[in-house]
Ligand binder design. Sequence first.
Ligand code: UN1
Length: 476
Amino acid sequence: MHRNLIAGEWTAGEDTIENINPSNTNDVVGEYARASADDAKAAIAAAKAAFPGWSRSGILERHAILKKTADEILARKDELGTLLAREEGKTLPEAIGETIRAAQIFEFFAGETLRLAGEVIPSVRPNIGVEITREAVGVVGIITPWNFPIAIPAWKIAPALAYGNTVVFKPAELVPGCAWAIVDILVRAGLPKGVLNLVMGKGSVVGQAMLESPDVAAITFTGSTGTGKRVAAASIEHNRKFQLEMGGKNPFVVLDDADLTVAVEAAANSGFFSTGQRCTASSRLIVTEGIHDRFVAALTEKLKTLVVDDALKAGTHIGPVVDAGQLKQDTDYIEIGKGEGAKLAFGGDLVKRDNPGFYLQPTLFTEATNAMRISREEIFGPVVSVIRVKDYDEALAIANDTPFGLSSGIATTSLKHATHFKRNAEAGMVMVNLPTAGVDFHVPFGGRKGSSYGPREQGKYANEFYTTVKTAYTLA
Ligand code: UN1
């Protein structure tokens, strides 16, 4: 049984949950403790008690712990990647890639501990100096989703610790395995007791206790829009910092002058890899009429070659959907799409494999409009629609006509259109001739409009959230 970590002790929760493999529901990945509200309160108290010591700890100590963590994750990439693929269902190569990314993130923030700088500026008054420094915020609550079980915890825990905060970490209930593994690694790397606390369990219990606590100084959340709004409301109540990464309905524009192979590869990757379960996935392909039919034909041919099967099997391109609830959401949207009059061009059906799992064909709608629910609401599955447009101007207008604004892509060989799109896409990230998903680990990540709230994550920009600014005046 895998326990929670509270004040440096591995503790049993109020009950346990089985972590089930979505590629084979007979396979139990492990038993994981579920924390009670009192456990969560104890974790917050432990993080609060550990804060004065950790926030004043030497940067070399923090550097060493984060670096050691990076090294162990990298050394165990195959084993951890297998655990990830088993509990979440992305393919083994995708899962190993994500594990390497987590190691790179810890390595990056190990370096950032040595680089955090302030400013010294003269006062407007004579003989006075002004120093601007960044300090740790306090106890940071970290709430992570199931779709990136190791990379998202890494990109929140690493900067939180690097800049001297203490942490209460609540991973998604569906994927406690990788969360437990990285906490175990960090603790063995030398983190003092209470600096990082793991409280696996239900959002309504553990998450709620975090939201209600006046001792949680900041919350970083990646997940659904509905929960994000609750995090925001509760955080305003306590005057706490918060950062939200929520949904996307990312457009990928294909212009007449696109390189067809580049466009098809990017669209297939954006829409269907990681089973479409990425907030950066592209589920709206906005295609100008001169290339529309050729693009749809080539993408359909590509989809025929993609193998949907067990995440651990060699040769699988698309793993299963994560669980029964998500599968129902995907198939409900497929019915909604048909009902709205979009044309089902490929897929749409569940498929049976050797093991019982949540297998869904990659599904492509054509003749969709941007007003349809399948074009407006995040599905979070391997379900993509093609919207036919006249020209670039209409494509851009439709790309931006969405409540979301995370990522946005275009396939074109025109410098003029690429440049215009980069400037005018209403999104936090823009991709030219590249998939909308799959980002670097050392540069800012985040969006606009309904997708995100607060400072960017990742790269050095992460310090905007995980530190608070102090301005000190000294009379010479
Ligand atoms: C990526 O596309 O590389 O939840 C990362 C998500 C995002 C991460 C996407 N926060 O899907």
